[in-house]
Write a protein that binds this ligand. Structure first.
Ligand code: COA
Length: 425
């Protein structure tokens, strides 16, 4: 198949704006209102300004407005509310990878030459239903005939992967927990995060609550002892406890993509998208491995080849940590660390901290920033845009020129993966 050997963009694509809504429980706000919030934030980030009428097309990643809001046509409604009625507006669904799949559509729209200026992003309003119903709704992203109908939920599926990982490599539960501690540390510095609080902050809040209620005050020695406490960190699906799980979140994010040759009309500091890969896979019950996400490996290989770079060149990455085990698998699937002990210990050893050799999830990741499933992939680009331009405030990666970065977004339990690579010149 010689025509499929090496994929490339038909022309260069640049990101010149990026924005997100506040993530969290956003009572009283609908999908479209969250998207407007992200759009306004994006507009404010375009250094030389953008007139909405110059945006030619819109793609919106969204997993389930039909379930959470009984509303289809979310892309059309978002277009209406941001002033793009009359332009093409398309919803893209790829479970939890919907946001980056939508961005990839935008990239292809520019690279094909069809458009010069497009908007792509994602939105999800998840907190309209109680957690049980949301868990059932999310489980429709499994192969329901063989997985959900047998009792599997997403925490259950990732717990199966965590158990398999521990069984294969002797990984300790503490290794997963240290991923959560790191990502909460980062999220504490992100004002848009669902949980802008470190685990230490949360321990302090819990102690204060106990005092207020006249209950006995716990005396944890450190974060790990707190995370070991079944009262404050209950098991969701063994070995994944509350602080191993991403939360149920409302939020939106979007990016403005333009043809490379006009990028400087919008900013002197564009971020170029130089690699993009996407793959799909069977559901978990059909795979021969539980300890990696094969689609992510394929997508990464495609993105690295297109960009002409390797894992060693990537200065930082936002990866899909819907559960802490997912980050451990991601950093191995992307080739940053060897699968097993090296990948599992990377967070605990500080290698993936903001000042580590490979900063991962400086935004707080899905764990702490939150996981509005259709928006999460797009929000990863927002963090990359800010970090690469030195605009990430208190969580800016220190003493490092971030000239090459990567995003890794997984749909469901690995049935889709999208990997993208970014360059600042
Ligand atoms: N991490 C940390 N804290 C969390 C949390 C999480 N994932 N989820 C909820 N909390 C906190 C809440 O803020 C709240 O704190 P407060 O009492 O100080 O206000 C407390 O825990 C209880 O919140 P509640 O919403 O009642 O929790 P819950 O038990 O209904 O839900 C989970 C907890 C883990 C079941 C839920 O967050 C979940 O299902 N997460 C996974 C989502 C998922 O599968 N996404 C798709 C991935 S592929």
């Amino acid at each position: 198949m010689p025509y499929q050997e090496k994929r490339k963009l038909g022309r260069g694509v640049a990101m010149v704006g990026a924005g997100m809504s506040k993530f969290g429980v956003r009572n009283g706000l609908s999908n479209r209102e969250l998207f407007v919030e992200a759009f306004e934030d994006m507009k404010a980030s375009v250094d030389k300004g953008i007139d909405t009428k110059d945006i030619e097309a819109l793609w919106v990643g969204n997993c389930g407005t039909e379930i959470w809001e009984s509303q289809l046509v979310v892309a059309v409604l978002c277009a209406q509310w941001i002033g793009m009625t009359g332009k093409p507006a398309t919803k893209v669904e790829a479970a939890c990878a919907s946001g980056s799949a939508a961005v990839r559509q935008g990239i292809m729209g520019i690279a094909s030459g069809m458009y010069d200026v497009v908007l792509a992003g994602g939105v999800e309003k998840m907190t309209t239903l109680p957690t049980n119903d949301t868990t059932t709704a999310l489980a429709s992203g499994t192969d329901i005939s063989y997985e959900a109908s047998g009792g599997f939920t997403f925490p259950g599926l990732y717990a199966a992967m965590a158990n398999a990982y521990m069984n294969e490599y002797g990984t300790k539960i503490e290794d997963f927990r240290k991923v959560g501690i790191k990502n909460h540390d980062n999220g504490a510095l992100n004002p848009n995060a669902h949980f802008s609080a470190s685990i230490t902050d949360i321990m302090g809040k819990q102690i204060a609550k106990c005092k207020e209620r006249g209950q006995s005050v716990p005396n944890w020695a450190d974060e790990l002892e707190f995370l070991d406490d079944p009262v404050f960190n209950p098991v969701i699906a063994w070995p994944m406890r509350l602080y191993d799980c991403s939360p149920v979140t409302d939020g939106a994010a979007c990016v403005l993509l333009v043809a490379e040759e006009i990028a400087k009309d919008f900013t002197d500091n564009p971020i170029y998208i130089i690699g993009s890969g996407q793959a799909c896979d069977e559901a978990l019950h059909g795979r021969d491995t539980l300890i990696s996400v094969p689609a992510a490996k394929i997508a990464a290989q495609q993105a690295y080849e297109m960009a002409g770079v390797g894992p060693q060149d990537v200065k930082m990455a936002e990866v899909h940590d819907c559960f802490t085990v997912a980050e451990v698998m991601a950093v191995a699937d992307l080739g940053f660390f060897r699968p097993g002990e090296e990948a599992a210990r990377a967070a605990g050893e500080g290698k993936t901290a903001r000042d580590g050799i490979k900063p991962i999830n400086t935004s707080g990741g899905l764990k702490s920033k939150g996981h509005p499933v259709g928006a999460s992939g797009a929000a990863q680009l927002v963090e990359i845009f800010r970090q690469m331009r030195g605009e990430a405030g208190g969580r800016q990666v220190p003493n490092r020129d971030i000239d090459l970065a990567l995003t890794h977004n997984v749909g469901a339990h690995g049935t889709t993966a999208v990997v993208q690579i970014y360059e600042r010149r």
